[in-house]
Design a protein around this ligand. Structure first.
Ligand code: SF4
Length: 291
């Protein structure tokens, strides 16, 4: 059995040193490195117990993928490492040649906080230096919004409630209370979309959830105990211009723009969505009978 010395790559500043026991080219056991002067054999449960499950997960990305078609379409094709590196190098080269190396943003906030991340910094230094961020991009966006600038941003989240939670969770726990105050003051709204196939086969159509920062929303952004209630507030606030995903999906299904089963498949609560759809269809049939 081979024993390799490596470093934890999780999103954690501790950078624990790892001894990986490898058989037939694959790690079979991870242990803390007892000879490391700082971490001295320590590995937390996330790595000691679970890391190899991640490594073996069928969902783990192990090959470069290139997006095919429009952003958000979810279509990807596998490409080789040489092609992927050529693509990235070409984009960086074109930017440096056209605008100088400071036009490149070296941003690696999420993911590993370990020393491995610093290798990227060396690369950009050799390139002539790149623009980096100080702290997180999110707090910069919130501060700009607080000082009267229009800030539009995108996040990969499943709905408006998770968007609020995700922004808060990007910050260390001791800053989250202040971030909630800043976000509640600066946020105007969140528009979240899920794309569905049109029933007529002519492309896709978005179901759109809309959150507007009213007084009830403001209070729930401030209070972590009630943030999860945002979904109910959205559903109850059509008068204020809000709508939940399931309400948007219901309209699309009733209007005959998407198939009922497609709408149910992406509904936030498929059971309640099915009931609401049946009720709406029955109500519409009763109205037709009267007419
Ligand atoms: S092993 Fe655990 S404590 Fe150590 S760096 Fe990785 S995540 Fe952090």
């Amino acid at each position: 059995m081979e024993r390799l010395r490596t470093t934890c790559t999780l999103d954690c500043p501790d950078t624990c040193s790892i001894i990986a026991e490898v058989e037939d080219g694959a790690p079979v056991r991870l242990k803390g490195d007892p000879d490391h002067p700082i971490t001295a054999g320590f590995l937390c449960g996330k790595v000691a117990a679970d890391y190899l499950d991640r490594y073996r997960s069928p969902d783990r990305l192990v090959h470069p993928l290139r997006r095919v078609g429009p952003r958000g379409g979810g279509r990807w094709e596998r490409i080789g490492w040489d092609e992927a590196l050529d693509l990235v190098a070409g984009q960086i080269r074109a930017t440096v040649d056209g605008y100088g190396s400071l036009a490149v943003l070296d941003y690696a906030r999420a993911g590993s906080h370990s020393v491995l991340k610093l290798l990227g910094r060396r690369f950009f230094n050799l390139l002539g230096g790149a623009t980096t961020t100080c702290g997180s991009l999110c707090i910069g966006a919130i501060q700009a919004a607080q000082t009267g600038h229009l800030v539009l941003s995108t996040m990969h989240t499943i709905d408006a409630t998770e968007t609020v939670a995700r922004v808060v969770e990007l910050f260390p726990e001791q800053q989250q209370k202040q971030v909630r105050v800043s976000l509640a003051g600066a946020l105007r709204g969140v528009v979240s979309q899920r794309l569905l196939e049109r029933i007529d086969g002519r492309g896709r159509i978005p179901a759109v959830e809309v959150l507007i920062n009213t007084g009830r929303v403001y209070e729930r952004i401030l209070d972590p105990e009630t943030t999860a209630e945002l979904l109910d507030v959205i559903a109850e606030s059509g008068y204020d211009g809000m709508q939940s995903f399931d309400q948007a999906l219901l309209k699309l299904a009733i209007d005959g723009q998407v198939a009922e089963e497609d709408a149910r498949a992406v509904a936030t609560n498929p059971h309640d969505f099915g009931l609401a759809l049946r009720e709406a269809v029955a109500r519409s049939a009763a109205v037709s009978e009267k007419v």
